[in-house]
Design a protein around this ligand. Structure first.
Ligand code: GUN
Ligand code: ZN
Length: 439
């Protein structure tokens, strides 16, 4: 095992719980001159620099790797709760809403992944770019091809990342080139689970694309695997677009609602997360909260595809677990910093502006909780895996100017989410080790 000691110095912020609608500052710990002590990839102490540094005997200190990030902000690694790695080639495709966008751009792009070389090249690119954006954990859709999952997990294991990924299950309403069957989806998913689930930090997530592209038989297969296998995850899409919702009503006339389709097939519960959840009513939000079924808030995608406004305030009020997500390639950036900027603007339309502490909670511990991974990651509590991102709040002249006029932590954080982006990412570490450094 890697027993390496890392001693990290910088301004440290992390969350112990949801700051809630009042943006309660006691939900976080903040150390202006802070330190992190990391042993064997796990946090062993966080706090003021003087106290943390004094924990090491001189001899141990001589062997520790020092990372001096003074002047920069250190946060837990950012968590992207919903992303499609094969869609990076259709990022920024013009003029379509969900169903036409899938047909015209997405399905052709995913068809190219029948070639394993395409999958490997793309997976390596996406993992590298996620790290350059400060994202250390993501819930990732591959394509229908099992080797697309191998490609992603191989790329992620190279950096020892905590990642979720799954083979898309899709046995109707899609091109023949992307269609599996209930039987092959079960066979292929089982093989991938056996190969990857619990391999290092990797975990498998069952991935029926969405209700319209799976037969009830295939949804039953996914539900049965989720029930049978300890700790498996589930990801899909829910209530993103009005035309999609109408289609689900036609395809599943016996179900009360879109959420009821997934519930009926045993696909709601702990470690399940649904992208978008834009068009939900009170009862559905309550149902998700009661069953620990999480939502991925995808503001850039919901705006770009004209899907609608996710009401984060209402979701939080209902007690739902929510994480932040880029939804590349419906979303327009790998940056969860930019995504927070857009989340705030969307929240303005829902009359409950997303406050800054809540925003950064959402991008870190909130995301880890939504994915059911908070016992491993999400903050710097002793024993957690030491994934973190180092941010420069002076990365651009505008941001630096704005920061020089900010007096509180909340103001600084809000300026960062509004004016900042991937240019702020100085370094990203996984299990203590640097996995990205600017220059
Ligand atoms: N619904 C089903 N598939 C997709 C997808 O690939 N992207 C988005 N945004 N929504 C979907
Ligand atoms: Zn999606």
């Amino acid at each position: 095992m890697n027993r390496q000691l890392h001693l990290v110095r910088g301004t440290v912020l992390h969350f112990l719980r949801d700051p809630g609608p009042t943006d309660d500052a006691s939900a976080c710990e903040f150390f202006e001159d802070g330190g992190l002590l990391i042993e064997a990839g796990h946090v062993s102490a966080v706090g003021d620099w003087d106290r943390v540094a004094a924990l090491l005997e001189p001899e141990a200190r001589a062997h520790a790797q020092l990372h001096d990030y003074r002047g920069h902000l250190i946060l837990p690694g950012l968590v992207d709760t919903h992303i499609h790695y094969p869609q990076v080639g259709v990022l920024g495709s013009f003029g379509r809403q969900l169903i036409d966008w899938l047909t015209e751009y997405t399905f052709p792009a995913e068809t190219a992944f029948s070639d394993p070389a395409v999958a490997h090249q793309c997976a390596e690119f996406v993992v590298r770019r996620m790290l350059a954006h400060g994202t250390t954990t993501a819930s990732v859709f591959a394509t229908v091809h099992p080797h697309s999952v191998d490609a992603f997990f191989e790329a992620a294991s190279h950096f020892d990342l905590r990642m979720l990924c799954g083979k898309v299950m899709m046995d109707r309403n899609c091109p023949d080139s992307l269609r599996d069957t209930a039987v092959s989806a079960e066979h292929d998913s089982r093989a991938l689970i056996e190969r990857w689930h619990g391999h290092g930090r990797l975990r498998y997530t069952l991935t029926p694309r969405f209700a319209p592209t799976s037969t009830p038989q295939q949804l039953d297969v996914a539900g049965a695997l989720y029930a049978a296998w300890p700790d498996l995850h589930v990801q899909s899409h829910l209530a993103e677009n009005k035309r999609e919702i109408e289609w689900v009503r036609e395809l599943f006339p016996d179900r009360r609602s879109y959420l009821d389709v997934y519930a009926h097939h045993g696909l709601i519960g702990p470690r399940t997360i649904y992208g978008h959840c834009v068009h939900l009513d009170e009862a559905e939000r309550k149902w998700m909260a009661d069953t620990q079924t999480a939502a991925a808030f995808c503001p850039t995608s919901n705006l770009f595809l004209g899907s609608g406004m996710f009401d984060y305030g209402a979701a939080r009020e209902a007690g739902m677990a929510v994480g932040l997500a880029t939804d590349v390639g419906g979303g327009t950036s790998f940056s969860l910093i930019r995504t927070l900027g857009e989340a705030y603007k969307v929240s303005q339309f829902c009359a409950q502006p997303l406050a800054p502490l809540s925003a950064w909670y959402l991008a870190t511990l909130g995301g880890a909780r939504a994915l059911g991974l908070d016992r491993f990651i999400g903050n710097f509590v002793a024993g957690k895996e030491a994934d973190f991102v180092v941010l420069d709040l002076h990365a651009t002249e505008e941001l630096a100017w704005r920061i020089s006029h900010a007096s509180t932590l909340a103001e600084r954080l809000f300026a960062l989410q509004t004016l900042g982006d991937e240019r702020c990412v100085v370094a990203t570490h996984a299990m203590g080790r640097p996995v990205f450094r600017r220059d």
